[in-house]
Design a protein around this ligand. Structure first.
Ligand code: HEM
Length: 399
């Protein structure tokens, strides 16, 4: 990533940049680059691939996410305006989306999630205890990725022995950059593997339902009709895309933050009641999801003349680090009262799994610090992050 912003042209009167959001880079480089864009532009044209619009006005991003009539979820990938696949509920617009959300809401409600706390805590404690004696590890590999992925497999009712296979798929599907996989070959192969896997899991449950989320979804009716295998499949794939990588990335940022800010680590050790605020602040400051929408009509947003059918990228980090919204926006502030970040999105598609994610994050931070309170970033490592969904590639800690 170059050090200064240089437009490489002009598109309908708006500066165009060859800024590849999917490329990896040094730790927090994308967050800083978005800050620079937001300080100078309300929006710009990306000249990557076929091109798309990017909004860098914090308030406009949130408004667009809420205005599903203008900004449809028929495509949510800026590079792919005509997807040949469907993710449910992410790529549905109301009113069908609302029906799915109402049904799914029960499975992910605060009450349902709270009931899982003992199980979630037991998994975290077991993994941290196994690590404690080692004196150091790549904590992404050994904890941040494994802990939530195991919870996810249990939630869906999938075999826990498949944990390593899932971790491999997540990496190939979600972490490869546009440059690394130009012909989409590796990514497509992994997507096909995931598809075949879910087809098999659906077929097994059609024969003999189990006591798990997938079997329950199978029994639902929408407009009086049972859910067919195609829609079930679209639901499984979305759960994979939305639920698998997100908590691992956040746990990684939390451990990175407390390792690089010993004063904050000291504060939560002295007063664990600060942990929930620290988790919210870490979600805000390190927010990593970059949604996109497809315009249903000509509209101007962030100074960009968007035409019907064009894609618009809406980086949440811009709103979450907006100086008009927060004092010292890029700073984690354990005393901050405003808790209106949009790390879980905004509008009808706001994260279905936010209660589960928050619980997992709080449990991870609590149990880690109870057992491994004193640690540091191992010397000599160059901290790199992935593009697309911004997470650390690895994080070696010593204790
Ligand atoms: C810290 C962790 C997480 C973050 C930051 C996060 C963030 C998000 C964001 C920003 C969206 C909206 C995307 C958009 O508007 O296009 C979203 C949607 C979604 N998330 Fe999460 N998520 C997290 C964890 C989870 C978990 C653990 C699950 C489930 C196990 C989950 C399930 C979903 C689903 C199903 C949607 C789609 C909702 C819809 O389309 O109505 N997420 N998430």
């Amino acid at each position: 990533m170059s050090t200064t912003l240089q437009p490489d042209g002009n598109y309908e009167g708006v500066p165009a940049y060859h800024y590849d959001n999917t490329a990896g880079g040094p730790v927090l480089s994308h967050h800083r680059r978005w800050e620079e864009f937001a300080a100078t532009h309300g929006g710009f044209r990306s000249s990557i691939a076929q091109g798309y619009w990017v909004v860098t006005d914090g308030a406009a991003i949130q408004e667009a996410l809420q205005d599903w009539q203008t900004f449809s979820s028929k495509s949510v990938t800026a590079l792919d305006p005509e997807p040949r696949f469907l993710w449910i509920p992410e790529m549905l617009d109301p009113p069908l989306h609302t029906i799915w959300r109402r049904l799914l809401g029960r499975e992910f409600s605060p009450k349902t999630v709270a009931a899982k706390e003992p199980e979630i805590r037991a998994v975290a404690v077991d993994m941290i205890e196994r690590l404690r004696e080692s004196g150091g590890a790549d904590v992404l590999d050994r904890f941040a990725r494994r802990f939530p992925t195991l919870i996810f497999l249990r939630l869906m009712g999938l075999p826990v022995e498949d944990l390593d296979t899932f971790l491999g798929w997540v990496h190939t599907i979600l972490h490869l950059s546009y440059e690394q996989d130009q012909d989409r070959g590796r990514r497509l192969a992994a997507i096909n593997d995931v598809s075949a896997y879910f087809d098999e899991q659906i077929a097994v449950r059609r024969k003999a339902p189990k006591d798990d989320l997938l079997s329950r979804v199978m029994a639902w009716k929408i407009d009086g009709e049972p859910i067919d295998d195609g829609d079930l499949h679209a639901f499984c794939v979305l759960m994979f895309m939305a639920g698998l990588d997100t908590v691992p990335i956040s746990v990684g940022w939390a451990l990175y933050h407390f390792a690089s800010h010993p004063e904050h680590r000291g504060a939560i050790l002295a007063d664990p009641s600060l942990i929930p605020t620290s988790v919210e602040e870490i979600l805000r400051v390190y927010s990593f999801v970059i949604p996109a929408r497809k315009a249903t009509r000509d509209v101007e947003i962030g100074g960009c003349p968007v035409r019907s059918g064009e894609m618009v990228m809406l980086p949440l980090t811009v709103t979450n680090r907006d100086p008009r919204r927060y004092d010292n926006p890029s700073r984690v502030d354990l005393g901050r009262r405003a808790n209106n970040h949009i790390a879980f999105g905004s509008g009808p598609h706001r994260c279905l799994g936010s209660h589960l994610a928050r619980l997992e994050l709080n449990v991870a931070v609590e149990e880690w610090h109870r057992r491994i309170p004193d640690y540091r970033i191992a010397e000599g490592q160059e901290l790199e992050q992935t593009g697309n969904m911004y997470g650390l590639k690895s994080l070696r800690l010593e204790w």
